[in-house]
Design a protein around this ligand. Structure first.
Ligand SMILES: C[S@@+](CC[C@H](N)C(=O)[O-])C[C@H]1O[C@@H](n2cnc3c(N)ncnc32)[C@H](O)[C@@H]1O
Length: 296
């Protein structure tokens, strides 16, 4: 099969599983779709091709159905914004829908576009939490978990080291008709704030832990997920209500789900219930994102 045919076949497979209130999905997921090294994400008709370092982006025929095509290179060191390849030139942010909730996407903002599509099932699950629960969304980024929780009537506190992303998160709240209360968007270091909450005896019904694989903070220093997850977990346990829930995610190719479960089990009280959330169907063949819902 030619490249274009394979891409078309993958797009056709995705369109069969699309829900009407969602216009974002992964159209091509590398080897899982028989297209090694090629990823295409659809953000409401604006397609983003991601290729490995050194690989060329394919030319996509306009007839495939996109409004715009952009491309970026997956690289640990170089994190540049996507480059325009075809169709409309995007000059502003735009909104997309996922299960009826809206999020701002920006192709000009840098390496990440505003919404991690692989977290769709966890966001959906969060919406089943029920009203008047309290949620601490650590490493909040653009607060998509906060939006999902708040849309279900929960009170979410979003915590991140980037003021820019927290403002983006507030815009996401407004986009969904939710009033962002300033005090629920905390600019700061997760480790530092987990300690502060513990000291103040502040507790949450649910805590989301979805850290980057690596980060550096002036307050807590270097964080390496595989090495430091246990310490993060211990701090999070101190701010959870008895009988509360933890959502523990790890985005790392080199740590298996079994190893991650072991890290978690090691730090959790015995006999807690750990349930793994699979990755969404439009990520066939991938297991880099490990998510466990922990019921204490
Ligand atoms: C991979 S993103 C998290 C994605 C997010 N959970 C989501 O699903 O949208 C990582 C985020 O963690 C934040 N971050 C990294 N280190 C941090 C720290 N020590 N304290 C607070 N935020 C941190 C970054 O600013 C970034 O927004």
């Amino acid at each position: 099969m030619f490249l274009q045919d394979k891409i078309e076949a993958s797009i056709a497979r995705r369109s069969r599983s699309r829900s009407p209130d969602t216009n974002v999905c992964r159209l091509v997921n590398g080897t899982g779709d028989g297209l090694d090294g090629l990823i295409i994400d659809d953000f409401a008709g604006r397609w983003l091709i991601s290729v490995k370092e050194g690989a060329e982006s394919p030319n996509l025929a306009p007839g495939l159905g996109y409004r715009a095509v952009y491309s970026k290179t997956l690289s640990k060191n170089e994190k540049s914004a996507p480059a325009h390849l075809g169709g409309d030139q995007l000059t502003a942010r735009f909104s997309v829908q996922e299960n009826g909730l809206s999020y701002w996407i920006d192709f000009q903002s840098g390496y990440s576009q505003g919404l991690f599509l692989d977290q769709r099932l966890n966001r959906q699950r969060l919406r089943k939490l029920g009203p008047s629960k309290t949620v601490l969304n650590t490493f909040a980024y653009t607060c998509s978990f906060g939006v999902a929780a708040a849309s279900a009537g929960a009170k979410a506190v979003n915590l991140d080291l980037s003021q820019h992303y927290l403002e983006w998160g507030q815009e996401n709240y407004r986009l969904n008709g939710l009033e962002p209360e300033e005090s629920n968007f905390i600019y700061g270091d997760v480790f530092d704030w987990l300690d502060r909450f513990a000291k103040r005896n502040r507790r949450f019904d649910l805590v989301v832990l979805d850290p980057p694989t690596f980060s550096r903070s002036k307050t807590s220093g270097v964080f390496r997920a595989e090495k430091d997850y246990g310490a993060l977990l211990q701090r999070a346990l101190r701010v959870i209500e008895p009988g509360g829930i933890l959502l523990c995610c790890l985005n790392a190719h080199h740590v298996s789900a079994t190893e991650f479960r072991y890290i978690l089990k090691n730090g959790l009280p015995s006999r807690v219930d750990l349930r793994q959330m699979p990755m969404p169907d439009d990520f066939p063949g991938s297991d880099y994102l490990k998510s466990f819902w922990v019921h204490l």
